[in-house]
Each structure stands twice: as C-alpha cells, then as structure tokens.
Design a protein around this ligand. Structure first.
Ligand code: NAD
Length: 305
C-alpha cells in the first residue's frame, strides 16, 4: 500500500481522530534547550514580538545561548534587517533554569538533544505541567512526532515544528503532523511560522520527515566517499558546491549541523527505513572521538574559537 494511503487510513480509524480542539492565541512561547537551534528559535520568536522563556539545564548554557542571540541580532542590525533595536528584542527573552516557569506559556517548542528517551521524558513532564489548552511542538530532526505526542498525554495538541539551521536566516519550517495532531493545532503553528516570516510546509510523520530523509543520506554518502578515499573533504565539498550549486558542501554542512545530531538522525532512518540508511562507520567513529563539528571546534574541518 502506498504510504499516502496508509497515512489516510490511520487518520480515518475510528477513535483516532479526536474532536477538534479549541483555538489558542500565542503570546508567550517557552523554548526548551538553548543550543544552536533553541537560541535561534527564541530569537525569531522575540523578533516577531512574542515573549519568550528560554530554558536549559545550566546557567552557562543559557548565557551562551543569549550571547549567540545578541551576536546574531547585531549582525542583522548592521545589515539594516531589524525593525527595532536589538536590545528591545532581547528584552522579550527571559532565561529560566526552572521548567515549571514555562507553565505560563501557550506554546512550548522543544529543542533539546536528538535523543528519544530525553525528549519522551520532557514531553511527559510538559504534558503534566502546561495548562490543557497549551500546544507542544518539537524541533526534532527525525524522532516520530506521534510517539512524543502520545507521551505528552495531549496528542491532538502536539506537532513537529522543524526549523532549519541557522534559524534566523533559513526560510523553511517543516510542520509535521502526528497521527492525532488536530487540524487546529497544525493551523495555529502554520500561521505562527508565517508570522515569523518563514514559509511553512506541511508533511506527515515518517522517519526523517522530508528534509532529513533526503539530506542526511547525501551527507552520509559524502562521509563514505571520504572513508573510501575517493577524495579529500575539500574536494568532496567543492564538487557539490560548484557542480550541484549547493551553497555549502555536505561535509561542511555536517559540521554545522553537529555530527552527533547527524548520527542520531541516521540511526532513526536506519531503524525506520532499513539497511540503505546505515550510518557510515566513519561518522560513528568521529562522534565517539568527540569530533562533533563546529560545536566542538573540530569535525571534518578545524574551527577557531
Ligand atoms: P545543541 O547540542 O546545540 O543544543 C541542545 C541543548 O539542549 C543543549 O544546550 C543542552 O544543554 C540542552 N538540553 C539537553 N537536554 C535538556 C533537557 N532535558 N532540558 C533542557 N535542556 C536540555 O543541539 P541543536 O543542534 O540545537 O539541536 C537541538 C534539536 O534541534 C535536536 O532535536 C536536533 O535534531 C534539532 N535540529 C538540529 C538542527 C541542526 O542543524 N543542528 C537543525 C534542525 C533541527
């Protein structure tokens, strides 16, 4: 059976479709995880005039996230791309080490590490913590939204909101519907993405969605080319930049995404879609060696401080 019809069948099963949920207006957004994606998401939400509560596990992680937001806003201001002063935007972002403080938010966007157990535990906790009408979104690159939604206890109010890296510059938001995501939830998040100046594209909940199902095997194949000695990292990236008109080569892009995240996504694709998605042994070895790309200072390339 083609995937499209399987999906249709799942959504039509008796009892699968919850009654339509009431709409909620988004004013305050919680963002969990202040890494490269969470800080970018907090920034674009604040740029759109929303109040943001940014949560991470340690003060230094929150401070690092805030510093990266400030740097990004200054660069945008220098280019004349902001309609208000960076300080005014930053004043809408509040840092919090206490997850309970997010209970005042109408929407929480999760952007923690790409580990299913960690995300499931967080969704369980947020499901208990948030008022019943609040929405929960995950920025996961590949973990099934339907599974996270079930863990939250409010599956009709859960959705995937997959931003691209770097968030302030990239236009796409992939909006992923879990099996029980309500139309109203999907509509609210699509409208929010437009309010952020992004272009939302709706997709269904299959491993890697659309973006990473196509992108990650290409990156993995570039790593295999390197492992087999077909060419140097620079040569592989140049072929793809100049030959395919990609703005960045796949190995430089892997360094930007984070090799730990790339491996986690490949594992999900491998488990969900079969052997042709097996992660490259070199990718695995680099992660084991702590060479995670830009975030650790070294991946396929070396980076200064
Ligand atoms: P990152 O490693 O830069 O940041 C993750 C942050 O989450 C860290 O600051 C960490 O301390 C925090 N964290 C971990 N567990 C937590 C918890 N239980 N509660 C609160 N904070 C916690 O990772 P990232 O690159 O920002 O990726 C975050 C998510 O976004 C992942 O799901 C990833 O797959 C997805 N994503 C990444 C990219 C990318 O290019 N890196 C693109 C799209 C989506």
């Amino acid at each position: 059976m083609p995937i499209g019809s399987l999906w249709w069948t799942l959504r039509q099963l008796p009892g699968q479709n919850k009654p339509e949920v009431s709409s909620v207006e988004i004013h305050r957004v919680g963002v969990v995880g202040a890494g490269q994606m969470g800080s970018g998401i907090a920034q674009v939400m604040a740029q759109a005039g929303l109040t943001v509560l940014l949560h991470d596990l340690k003060p230094e992680l929150l401070e690092r996230g805030l510093a990266s937001i400030q740097r990004s806003l200054l660069r945008l201001a220098e280019k004349g791309k902001l309609s208000e002063a960076p300080e005014a935007i930053v004043s809408r972002i509040h840092l919090s080490l206490d997850l309970n403080e997010l209970s005042a938010c109408e929407l929480v966007v999760e952007a923690i590490v790409e580990e299913e157990e960690a995300k499931m535990a967080l969704f369980r906790r947020l499901g208990e913590l948030l008022p019943p009408e609040a929405l929960l979104a995950s920025n996961t690159s590949s973990i099934p939204i339907t599974r996270l939604a079930q863990a939250s206890g409010r599956p009709e109010r859960c959705v995937g909101m997959h931003f691209m890296n770097p968030v302030p510059l990239m236009e796409l938001v992939e909006v992923i519907r879990g099996v029980r995501t309500s139309d109203e939830t999907a509509r609210t998040v699509v409208e929010l993405a437009r309010r952020l100046g992004k272009t939302p594209v709706e997709v269904q909940d299959y491993p890697g969605f659309v973006s990473n199902r196509i992108l990650m095997p290409m990156i993995n194949e570039a790593i295999e080319c390197l492992r087999e000695g077909v060419a140097t990292p620079e040569a592989i990236d140049t072929v793809m930049r100049l030959g395919m008109n990609h703005p960045m080569g796949p190995l430089a892009l892997a360094d930007l995404i984070g090799l730990d995240t790339c491996l986690a996504i490949m594992e999900v694709l491998h488990r969900g879609l079969g052997d042709k998605y097996r992660p490259s042994p070199l990718l695995r070895k680099m992660v084991e060696a702590g060479r995670l790309g830009r975030k650790s200072g070294e991946g396929f390339y070396r980076y200064g401080a």
